[in-house]
Design a protein around this ligand. Sequence first.
Ligand code: CP
Ligand code: NVA
Length: 337
Amino acid sequence: MENTVNLKGRDFLKLLDYTPEEISYLIDLAAELKWKKRNGISADATNPADALRGKNVALIFEKTSTRTRCAFEVAAHDLGMGTTYLDPSGSQIGKKESIADTARVLAGMFDGIEYRGYEQAIVEELAEYSSVPVWNGLTNEFHPTQMLADLLTIQERFGHLEGIKLTYMGDARYNMGNSLMVACAKMGMHFTACTTAKYFPDQQLVSQCEDIAAQTGGSITLTEDVKAGTTGANVIYTDVWVSMGEPDEVWEERIKELSPYQVNRAVMDNADEQAIFMHCLPAFHDLKTKIGAQIAKRFGITEMEVTDEVFESTQSVVFEEAENRMHTIKAVMLATL
Ligand code: CP
Ligand code: NVA
């Protein structure tokens, strides 16, 4: 079939804005770019020069990052582009200069803008005023570039996306829970949020995803029952219990309320025999982090959302997932620039 997908000039703000065909196109392009990188072939094999040589991208990070920043920088350099990193304290954004003004200033110098920060409304406004593509590198509500990496990882493991059962445990009302629910609905997958009802995704987004799933053959389930929620799952997914930007005071209630939804051996044993464990990272699975050690001291726990045993098991694909951030972000930039 002829490829009719053309994403040139498009923003990448949330998967809700993209059709299943467009998402598949980006995943397949990422797989091709991964293969090319592994085999030492330039990202654009038809052109001996790098595909986007001479272009420049701005990387705005109002929250910290390891994977997303490195993925954008390495992908941009692989494509022959220059990058400028604006760290959480290194720009005027929102403090001395409005989002609308920042968008127009940066669009005059750069060919694309990545933004990581707080409300989704900020990245949407940035895109509205920018004449060059804007890519969402994580907001409170959505983390769309992470979704492409996760979908690529699942496709690599199972050979397909349709029909895959993915269970998300933990804080399902934040960026990761929301985004995975949308991603599953779009791709005809079965999404389950397995957590206490307080942490279920927003009802309006759930209804929207149910409508999408009705078209794609997917489904959305919300359950507080760990046994029912994880039985037969192909993918068990979790994320930190307290996200960037949330106050320190919420740790106590999160630990109390979300501990029953920790991903441990019993959860993995209840899932499908071939099930994989996924996590966007960073993860609290041991005491080798400052925060992990502080939490251990304050609350007497040594592991949080996932046990070290599961994290380090052969079912865990977290580092493949992390590598795929780079290939998928490269696909987004190549497709939209
Ligand atoms: N998964 C993810 O976005 O990681 P970083 O916060 O390190 O970018
Ligand atoms: N929910 C996490 C995801 C990190 C990639 C956060 O927002 O901190």
